[in-house]
Structure formats: C-alpha cells, structure tokens
Design a protein around this ligand. Structure first.
Ligand code: DSN
Length: 424
C-alpha cells in the first residue's frame, strides 16, 4: 500500500511539473551512479524518507509535548517524546531538544540564550576546522557577538594549541568555550576544554555535527561525559536522519534552551522532521548502526593511508574520524576548486576546502575534503576505498592527459551502481 501511495504521489508530481520531476529523477541517478565523498552527506534511512513525506508534514505543533498552542497533538506528542527520550539515552544527556530546524538554528539558540550582544565566545578558527556558525565574520552571529579564535599547531600534526586556548580564555574571559568542527580530522580531548573553561567560569559547548553518530556508538569521546553544558549535533550527517539539529544539555539548562528554540528563534517545529528524528534515534541504538559506524572509521583510515601512500599531503597527517582534508596545492600544485571540478567530471563528488592558515580564498582554497559515511551506507568496504583512492590519484595526477582516462567515467558508474542505494 505504501508503495502505491509513493507511486501515486510521484505520478501527481510528474503530471504537475515535469521540470521538477525530471530534476528529481536526475538527482536520483546522480546519487546512484556517483561516488559520494562529501563528508557531511549521507543517504537517509528509508524510514526517514517515509516520514519526511508523511502526514506529519501537515501539522502545526508550537510548544512542547503536553503544552502546545494548537489542538490535535495526540500523535505529535508521542513522536516528540520518543525522539527526546531516545536522544537522551544515546548521548547520556539529561535534556534533549529535538526541534532545531538546522545546525545553524541549534547553535544560534544557545548563543541567544546565554549571551548579550558583544559578549565573547572562544571557538576554533575556521581554516583550522571550525564552522561558519561558530561566529564567522560574515554570519549574523559573528556581527552580534565577539568570537575569538584558537588554532591547531600545524607542524605538530594539527593538535589543538592548548596554550593558546588557555591564554585567550584567561585574557578574554569568554562566556562560552566552544569546540567542534567541520573539517578537523581528529577526536577532541573535552576534559582539557572543560578544565580551561572552569578556570575562567565559561560555559562549555561542543558542536559535534559531523561526528554525532560516532559519539552515539562510543567510538569517539562524548563531551557530555566530560561535564560539558551543551552538545549540539545535526541529525542528517553521520546518523542518516532528517535534516535538522539536536541540542543535548544538562538539566539545569532545559528551560532556557527550550524557550530559546521556541518561541525565541523558531515558530512551529517541523513534525515530519521530529518524527524522522525519533526513528533515527531508534536505528542508531541498533547493533547494525554500531557496525556501520565502525566501518565508516575503518574506511576513512584506509582511504587516508592509501592517499598518503600515493604522495598526497593530508591535514593533520591522517584521520581519527570519518573525514580527510587533502592539501592539493602542496601535494600536486592544484587548488581545491580545480581538484573538485576535475573529480566531479568523473562522478566523484568532493568539496573544495580551506586548509589551516590557507593563503588562498575560500572559493579557490588549497584543498579538498572527503568523507566516508555516505559510501559506507551503500555497503562499501576497505577494498572499495582502495580502488577509489587509486581513481582519485589517477584523475588528479593525469589531469594534463585526460584522454588517457577514457573509459574511467563509465567504469566508475558501473562500479557505483552495484551498491545499494537505500530508500531511493
Ligand atoms: N555544510 C556542512 C558541512 O559540510 O560541514 C555543515 O555546514
């Protein structure tokens, strides 16, 4: 019956708007035949796709379970409670807010709840791995609050510069000490952050958007175990859930966080997303997901090793998580934009990426970022990533002689279509 509903809905779409329908089919084919290496992307669980297009899309539910501003909440309350309780259990959190519409709103909600305009936050420098929503000057948050930056030590394998973190914290007394990253291939020592934060009376916040799934399965450190005040994570990257965010915190912050999300920052939560988060949390608790998380990390390690064997220089000299940053300028004299475009031509999708203290601008940076979550979801293993490393090498190194690679594009397509593509 579900199949027929889906088919019927697709037929409506095709009749109504062939341009959009054809773009959808095109995107499905791109995903099926391509090699998806964008570190923040994944293939959502089929259950998640089912819920995103479900009747929950139609419902307004401002407020929280048991205290909403609209009637008809008997089923929305069930799913939101399930999502909250499961998230708390997975991450050993005392409180969970499952309503953030995105990674950006989950982080903003914390800033707005605890900071006054002009207050300081100490976070990671963007080019060293930090994130746009950690107060990049071009963001609204960067204009409202005073974001200070710590870096990594490049010639010590990219370890955090703890002396700098401490110096900046002691001198500036930030209200929040923020850690977390979108292009830093290492695990973090949250106890050290907590120690420095306690010294200056700062709140502690970890944005683990990229690595939530590996923390959920205890393969990487959990900031809440180190006594952090807040942990934020998106649900669509490592956990294969809907696009959205979670705020996990200590109980004492529950009221402030909840009212910062609603009514502070957002209106009606997207209940189709909340329902999909509930089922995502159930899936994350399974043994299969634990095996998947482990495989992602193994695949990243082998991909990093193979690329280094081929002579590529990786930021931090390897990876401890799912992501890899290649300094393409240092490795092969090619900037990240051109590297991304070349790989794209062959159906290998990556993204251009700044490297620590990058002398080049963000639209033509010195590297590319790769990640293994999406292809691992498709069932790829270490042997497959060895093949992919060879393809990346040959495409980037033989760029003056692309005619010699005729046939590679179709080899990649044939290889890729052999693997499952869940939900599509
Ligand atoms: N765009 C996501 C990433 O690639 O890290 C998060 O902003």
């Amino acid at each position: 019956m579900l199949d027929s509903v889906l088919e019927k809905n697709r037929a409506y779409l095709q009749n109504t708007d062939s341009a959009v329908f054809n773009a959808l089919v095109g995107e499905e084919k791109r995903q099926r035949y391509g090699i998806e290496l964008i570190a923040s992307e994944n293939f959502a669980f089929p259950e998640v796709l089912a819920l995103l297009g479900s009747a929950f899309t139609n419902k307004y539910s401002e407020g929280y379970p048991g205290r909403r501003y609209y009637g008809g909440q008997e089923f929305t309350d069930i799913i939101e409670e399930l999502a909250r309780e499961r998230a708390k259990k997975i991450f050993r959190a005392e409180h969970a807010n499952v309503q953030p519409l995105s990674g950006s709103s989950m982080n903003q909600a914390i800033y707005h709840a605890y900071l006054e305009p002009g207050d300081s936050v100490l976070g990671m420098e963007l080019s060293h791995g930090g994130h746009l929503t950690h107060g990049a000057p071009v963001s609204h948050m960067g204009k409202i609050y005073n974001f200070l930056r710590y870096k990594t030590i490049i010639d010590k394998g990219g370890v955090i510069d703890w002396d700098q973190v401490e110096d900046l914290a002691v001198k500036n007394k930030p209200k929040i000490l923020l850690c977390g990253h979108s292009s830093y291939p290492k695990d973090l020592d949250y106890k050290k952050f907590k120690f420095i934060a306690d010294k200056v009376g700062a709140l502690t916040m970890a944005d683990v958007s990229h690595i939530g799934g590996w923390i959920a399965t205890n393969h990487l450190n959990n900031p809440l175990d180190a006594g952090f005040d807040f942990m934020t994570t998106t649900t669509h990257k490592s956990m294969r859930g809907p696009r959205g965010g979670l705020i996990l915190s200590r109980k004492e912050h529950a009221k402030k966080i909840d009212s910062s999300i609603f009514p502070g920052l957002q209106g009606g939560p997207h209940m189709n997303q909340v329902a999909a988060t509930a089922v995502t949390m159930k899936k994350v608790l399974t043994r299969e997901f634990n095996d998947y998380a482990l495989m992602v990390l193994k695949n990243a390690k082998i991909l990093a090793e193979e690329l280094m064997t081929e002579g590529f220089e990786l930021v931090t000299g390897g990876t401890e998580n799912h992501l890899i940053v290649i300094d393409t300028v240092k490795s092969i004299g090619l900037d990240g934009k051109k590297s991304e475009e070349l790989l794209d031509e062959f159906g290998i999708t990556t993204n251009k990426q700044v490297v620590p203290d990058d002398p080049n601008p963000p639209l033509r940076p010195s590297g590319i970022r790769l990640g293994t979550p999406a292809l691992t979801t498709r069932g790829m293993e270490e042997k497959d990533f060895k093949i992919i490393a060879k393809w990346i090498t040959v495409i980037l190194k033989e760029r003056e002689n692309l005619n010699s690679l005729s046939g590679l594009k179709s080899d990649i397509k044939t290889f890729s279509e052999k693997f499952i593509l869940p939900g599509i």
